[in-house]
Design a protein around this ligand. Sequence first.
Ligand SMILES: [Fe+2]
Length: 306
Amino acid sequence: MSVPHLGVGLQFNPELIGWFPFLDQPLDALEILFDSVMGPLDGPALLSPRSVDLVRDIADKFLLIGHSNYGGDFGFDDLMSTAAVRRHVPLAKKLNVSWVANHCFYSDASWSDVWSSPLQFSSAEVARVAARARALQALYGVPLAHENAAYYRTCPGSEMPEEEFLAQVLELSGTYLHLDLHNLYANALNHGANGYSIQRFMATIPLDRVISIHMAGGRWIDGQYHDLHDTQVAEAVWDLLDEVLSRARPGVVILEYETQALHCDGETLDTDRTTDLILSDLERARQAWDRAYGPASRRTTRNEAA
Ligand SMILES: [Fe+2]
């Protein structure tokens, strides 16, 4: 399957419309969260009624890539009954997304109850998850990339490091990797004492299967580092981006923000200042991309050059 090389984009969360001027940005891609725009499983509609106009507007303006958090992709319900198959697959086709990334979490129809429940990194789960991933990618008809999760505790019964699990899944499934650099950073902070290593992670995963990247920030709360997406991109994550761009050839770098006002130096910023900081992160990501691949290597700059 072919992966277009797009450039730098943002994750779009409908909850944030009216707060950040998404539609005014010259983005190389916009990542849409299927869960946040889809119709409920017990209703007839693919899109929730309140999302119809919004989705039409962003689909008109942006090249879209898809993301699934709560699709039940790797849960234990019959795959054909999941939100991934019944909502996300038809949404991906309707919106003509270039690929879809999904989170490596357990989930079922109860959705957010299972947020941050990491997969069990075991041989049995490699086989089960890879079979579901292969089947799901075939249904999508575009590349499916799995996102490494930030998690608070390793799932009981795990037998191998996360990176070994992902490498084995990809080998069996023929799917791809969505590398969240802030999740790597958060796991290294929270699990470093138990042997979690970013260097070993990078040396183990097949970097040629990385098709998209997430960048974000977070905060320490009560001795635990949280992947909250409520700050600028963390400084250490920028260094990781340079390293990955020099060793891999992803299709996109996506920045994630989830709150209406970012935290900065212990202070909560107003929305104007928050917008400024996001725009400066976007510019910094574009500069990193251009340093790695050249000044006319992003979708928007290619169009300008042409
Ligand atoms: Fe992410």
